[in-house]
Write a protein that binds this ligand. Structure first.
Ligand code: XMP
Length: 207
């Protein structure tokens, strides 16, 4: 497959001017990416991806659980047949730092000779996406690309970059639009920065 892509480079996000809704204000320090901004970037990403896979049968492999909203919004733009499977991998438990990987759901689809797009919520240390990518590569797909909503480059501990990136975010613990802290906040329609007191850190500290 030719190299991707005509996606405009992800801008480094500075906080949105939109206010955090009052009922979330005790837990969310600031809104980083508003819902309309997410919507328009996801549409842009989908358009570029659709163009890159024109005439090919795409297999989307998404990582649980953080991709749920991003995945649903992204794939509903695709007006062509595709197959989809989910892989369960968890890199941390009830905390804010990336730990050991644990597979909680394996793939059912056979990826041999398929054009595979791996979808993840956030690229932080790079450990999760790279481990999953190497695992899937063993099945010898025809092509294997990665797509993340958020990229936190300052967290990187391995050489791992995604082919399609929605937004570059600062080195802060973010929640919302599928991303959680202790399984909370996944339903927020925006991406926000969690107040450190929620995870027991002193105010002003980073994750
Ligand atoms: P790595 O470090 O392996 O991390 O690139 C990827 C996974 O870690 C989780 N993660 C986060 N989850 N807010 C979250 O809600 C964050 O700021 C954050 N940083 C990393 C996430 O599950 C991701 O797939």
């Amino acid at each position: 497959m030719n190299s991707s892509s005509h996606l405009s480079p992800p801008k480094r996000i500075s906080p949105s001017r939109s206010r955090v809704p009052a009922h979330y204000a005790d837990d969310i320090e600031q809104m980083l990416i508003s819902a309309p901004r997410i919507r328009s970037r996801v549409a842009e990403m989908a358009k570029v991806i659709a163009g890159d896979y024109q005439g090919k049968r795409l297999v989307v492999v998404a990582l649980l659980n953080g991709t749920i909203l991003f995945l649903a919004d992204l794939i509903r733009h695709f007006e062509f047949p595709l197959s989809m499977d989910l892989i369960g991998v968890s890199s941390y438990r009830g905390g804010t730092s990336s730990g050991e990987l644990e597979y909680t759901k394996r793939l059912k689809l056979d990826l041999r000779d398929q054009h595979v797009l791996v979808v993840d919520d956030i690229l932080d240390t790079g450990k999760t996406l790279c481990a999953v990518k190497s695992e899937l590569a063993k099945q010898r797909p025809a092509s294997l690309r990665t797509c993340v909503l958020l990229d936190k480059p300052e967290g990187r501990k391995t050489e791992c970059e995604a082919d399609y990136v929605g937004f570059v975010v600062p080195h802060l613990f973010v929640v919302g639009y599928g991303l959680d802290y202790d399984e909370r906040y996944r339903n927020l329609p925006f991406v926000g920065v969690l107040r450190p007191h929620v995870y027991g850190a002193p105010a002003g500290s980073k994750s």
